[in-house]
Design a protein around this ligand. Structure first.
Ligand code: CTP
Length: 400
């Protein structure tokens, strides 16, 4: 069998040096890689390095080896194009269809899946121009990976780092395994709840939980990248809105329920990743509760909140709608998960072990996804985006 043909586009950012590691992983795992750097990328890593590591010729312009029509052939013959790092300039060119060098020509002629791994300063990434370009590329089916957070060039830190080359490699492998250009959630509407509800006691205090919303946001982002129309019901999350996703902010469990019921009326799938408070204070004090000298505090009486997951699972808004719940457990994780899957009546339950220092707020997760068909899919410790991809794989299987 021919080796899968991968085009590694490299644009002009300091993270170009990390693309050498991605290239090495791709070639060592049996891919035929053609590196297409931009002229500015060569300021960071020279053509000799790309050529030696890939075992293929390297050019940046359409004027080399013209008899082979490289500006058309390289894209046409590719099974995957991955651009790492993708600068703000490269994303803008790709979104607008400019073709002034070999890489941008290749992006226009490629009919295979395309993955962009952006890397730039936080301000450039967050700029509405870049965000709109990313949304355009995602809408067309390109996979744009969210940049990582951490140390940037110089003294700055923030969002904009090129993700770990190993992670980009894993995404490339999954995209290649799926093949074809048609994103598998195209034409689907999915609803994701994220974050943690807050139940107010008085105007300044609430009962809340430690959920950061990162897993739910990763689910929303990956669903959008797979072509879905996404409604993200976000409970008190400080995270930036994912590009191309419809975000509905909510505060309490009751508000979350209303938003979920409304959005799920025409949804193909609903994923309840939010940490919903099971109880709320029975009484909301309109004024701030004051301490009184010499008196013990009044006890707080709690009442039950509606169980949204159980409600939408028993009264499905649409036949064939796939419903996914999450279970955060501290003990007897799998046994509790199986019992909860039955009790809630959903189709899939993502079970993870939590504790003060585990999962909450972290960038990584580890889980087992239980299915009503008896299936158990273990997702090893890794980025929350990888768990999100597995959840959507399982949802897509059930939507078919
Ligand atoms: N959930 C919900 N409505 C609630 C509570 C939870 O929809 N009032 C959803 C969560 O979004 C999650 C799942 O139910 O998808 C599991 O929540 P969890 O709090 O772990 O389960 P509980 O029902 O609270 O069970 P237990 O008290 O045994 O942990």
């Amino acid at each position: 069998m021919d080796k899968p043909k991968v085009v590694l586009g490299v644009s002009g950012g300091i993270a170009a040096y990390k693309a050498c590691e991605l290239l090495r992983r791709l070639t060592e795992s049996g891919h035929d890689v053609r590196v297409v750097p931009t002229a500015s990328a060569l300021h960071f890593v020279g053509a000799a390095t790309w050529s030696a590591l890939s075992g293929n010729p390297v050019s940046t312009e359409v004027w080399d080896e013209v008899h082979e029509v490289p500006h058309v052939r390289i894209g046409q013959h590719a099974d995957l194009v991955v651009v790492a790092p993708a600068t703000a300039d490269m994303l803008a060119k790709a979104a607008h269809g400019l073709a002034d060098d070999l890489l941008t020509n290749t992006l226009l002629t490629a009919r295979c899946p395309v993955v962009f791994a952006p890397a730039m300063h936080t301000e450039m990434w967050e700029h509405p121009a870049t965000q709109e370009n990313v949304a355009t590329l995602r809408r067309r089916g390109a996979r744009v990976i969210e940049p990582a957070v951490g140390r940037l060039t110089g003294v700055d830190t923030g969002k904009g780092r090129l993700p770990d080359p190993g992670e980009i490699f894993e995404i490339c492998r999954r995209v290649l395994a799926r093949g074809g250009t048609e994103p598998d959630l195209k034409g689907r509407h999915v609803v994701v709840s994220a974050g943690g509800t807050r139940e107010p006691l008085d105007p300044v205090r609430f009962l809340g939980n430690r959920s950061s919303g990162k897993q739910g946001y990763a689910l929303a982002r990956t669903a959008a990248a797979r072509g879905a129309r996404v409604t993200l019901i976000a409970a008190n999350s400080a995270l930036p809105d994912p590009a191309g996703v419809d975000v509905v902010p909510v505060g309490t469990a009751v508000q979350l329920r209303e938003a979920v019921l409304r959005a799920s009326a025409d949804a193909d799938a609903v994923v309840m990743a939010a940490a919903v408070a099971d109880f709320r204070p029975a009484v909301y004090a309109a004024g701030k509760i004051k301490k009184k000298d010499g008196q013990e505090p009044e006890p707080i009486t709690l009442v039950r909140n509606p169980d949204i997951l159980a409600e939408i699972s028993t009264e499905r808004a649409r036949p064939g709608q796939v419903i996914v719940g999450f279970a955060a457990e501290t003990d007897d994780v799998l046994a509790n998960g199986r019992a909860k899957l039955k009790r809630k009546g959903c189709d899939l339950l993502v079970v993870n072990e939590v504790g003060e220092s585990r999962t909450f707020g972290s960038e990584e997760n580890e889980a087992v996804v239980l299915g009503t068909d008896g299936s158990e899919t273990a997702v090893p410790h890794g980025p929350k985006e990888a768990l999100a991809e597995t959840v959507w794989d399982l949802v897509v299987e059930r939507l078919r």
